[in-house]
Design a protein around this ligand. Sequence first.
Ligand code: BV8
Length: 235
Amino acid sequence: MLPPPPADRFVVFLSGAGLSAASGIRTFRDPGGLWEGFRAEELATPEAFARDPERVWRFYAWRLEVAAAAEPNSGHLALARLQAAWGPQRVRLVTQNVDGLLDRAGCDEVIEMHGSLLRWRCARGVGHGVVEIEAGQPPPRSCARCGDWMRPAVVWFGEVPIDLDRIGAWSTRCHSFIAVGTSGVVYPAAGYAALARRSGALAVEINPERTGGSFDRCIEQPAEVALPALVEAWL
Ligand code: BV8
């Protein structure tokens, strides 16, 4: 079993689509995943949106609907339980996921480094304001200020992820860095485990399939099984 961080140290959990798989949200690169049949570049880039805003808008409106209908699973809830016991300073959460399920599970101060489906903005930039989408509501199609297309406030390929400085600082100072449900394909997210390990942290992967990344330990189990067991052992 993994050693818990000492009381004066902290653990970072970096999650990917595998954490939400048990909530019925398909991953990106597993067979039958979201990108199957599409090339990511076809839909998750500013160029794709500029080329065919209707198609990309509909793809994300559909993903918002799927995320809103999903429920946090035992993996999300385990992270919320650990944070409730030890606080968000000792249990720091970073996610590549845009489904908002960690927030809905009751987690605090989550860094959503690839943004969120629950926030939409004018395609021209954040100057016209960001719209928070209520559960079950469809996203707006056009900006109330200028009438241009609205787009999800997610980070597309070629766009700069959110809070990279903070994620980098956490990765170089944490006691342990646990990557949960991510294939380690997408950068710069995929580079933080190795950075943490080089900085002396214990680097751990929770994934039913080893990704071959730079980890000290690999827990080859699904997140919805491994996380509740880990939190139970730690608490
Ligand atoms: C950028 C939001 C410049 C939209 C997404 C090197 C350095 C920097 C950049 C690059 C680089 N090399 C290439 C790049 C460019 C590019 C990139 O990484 N391309 C890849 C394809 C090679 N990166 C970018 O463009 C990034 N921006 O570089 O800007 C910059 C950078 C830094 C500083 C200045 C300038 C932006 C990338 C963000 C793209 N947006 N999402 C949307 O969601 O539509 S990425 C998308 O992939 C999702 O966020 C997703 O989360 C993410 C990663 O995928 P995973 O989460 O890992 O999901 P996947 O399906 O791949 O894997 C699931 C895993 O779960 C599997 O391993 C499976 O075994 C496991 N699993 C399954 N079931 C379970 C499970 N695990 C546990 N339990 C289970 N039950």
